[in-house]
Design a binder for this molecule. Sequence first.
Ligand code: ADP
Ligand code: GLC
Length: 474
Amino acid sequence: MPTIVHLASEMVPFSKTGGLADVVGALPVALAKQGHTVAVMVPAHRTHLHDGVPGTPVASVEELGIRGQVFAGEHQGVEVLLLDAPQVFVRPSPYAVADGDYPDNPIRFAFFVRAALRLLAQRSPIDVLHVHDWQAALAPLLLHHPATSLPWRQRPRTVLTVHNLAYQGLFPPWTLDAAALPRELFSMQHLEYFGQVSFLKGGIVAADAVTTVSPTYAREVLTPAFGCGLEGVLAQRADSLVGILNGLDTTVWDPATDPHLPTPYRVRNVLSGKRAAREAVARELGLAPGVRPLAGMVSRLVEQKGVDLLTAAIDDIVALGFDIVILGSGPRRWEELLATAERAHPGRVRVVLGFHDPLAHRIYAASDVFLMPSRFEPCGLGQLIAMRYGALPVVPPTGGLADTVVDADSPHGCGIVFSPTTSRALLAALARARHLLGTPEELARLRRNAMRRDFSWSTSARQYEALYQRLLES
Ligand code: ADP
Ligand code: GLC
């Protein structure tokens, strides 16, 4: 059985800003359950210097003039290596504050990759190094480059998973010197992207295999509309590019055992379980009394997620009879527009800005429909969680949404699929939803279908396992 090491910036339960953390918290565990030896290395992101780092210190490292210490721990059968480096990883949040990204992000993550490679090269042989997103994407490139190569006992095969092509780690050319990257890597064949340095491109060109998080997105990224300027580079790697759908950590996301819900529930008591959650959320957030359907959203508030489409339709959605609860954070512009909508509909629209995990659980449970009008969605975990909690996702047929949500019209229906991705079509979808919610047998059928979908990680983990095997045999 191969030994696999994952390299990523986030991992549940240690840090999370989005779905990447859910995946890195669950896929390695699923691989370990299948008998592999698996480790994950992540930065020890923390907000304050006095916040502790879990685990035992096992090694020290210095790269780019930055000192770090590695703490080793364990998470459900997986070894976790947390790279603590206060100078770069003690910040209010992992990548940015409201004013924008941290200017030293390229140095922070070049340090992460360099430190990780140095530590891993000294360990017992690793068969596969699986890296995620731009923060770890330099690893396959530096691993192979003569100027940065290390005395590996056995050089691992590399896999890059692209969770979102829109986040490339794009930096000015000074990054090369600041991150001690060999100058000749600033070429079209390597890191150069329209005059800038793209960390993600470095991984795409150098990894032995590139994956993304749904089959539909794997096809979409080859087109100019979704490729973010990298469609040509990806096309060159088309033989090594595969889409593997994310799973869901069903131990974290299970309405039958969820400690954050007032009344845990499963299919047979879904009505009472969701009613209790609805009442709890109404009390917690101050929704006006009355029994109206609830449309929920838990999301980064950015254009990718269609926050502008939603804002434009909010008055009409309220007029259809929905209450709306939105939990998320994003650029000031969207936060302010949503706050204005909230003021216009007191007690009917509640917008909670920030990141609140327990409240997110309750919103999924309380919602009748889950709003996810994404313009593109590499996979999406929100719709998977919503389905498991009996909230019908309202989505356009893009990326992972197309691969996971079946429209109510089908016998296997478990959500509402609308097209094109406009405010008007979103509103029409919600009018349809309103009708379905008022038809008890139809609602029961759709909820049952949604809650019984199997999104456990084992199927996807087997596909990754097959990919590793192919690489090791080639
Ligand atoms: P993305 O990774 O693009 O942000 P996903 O749908 O893949 O979108 O995953 C988002 C994950 O982050 C889900 O687990 C969702 O519940 C969670 N999440 C997003 N925003 C918040 C928030 N403000 N508070 C709590 N959880 C959130
Ligand atoms: C990214 C994508 C999202 C995906 C998540 C985990 O954040 O935007 O669609 O579910 O990564 O792979």
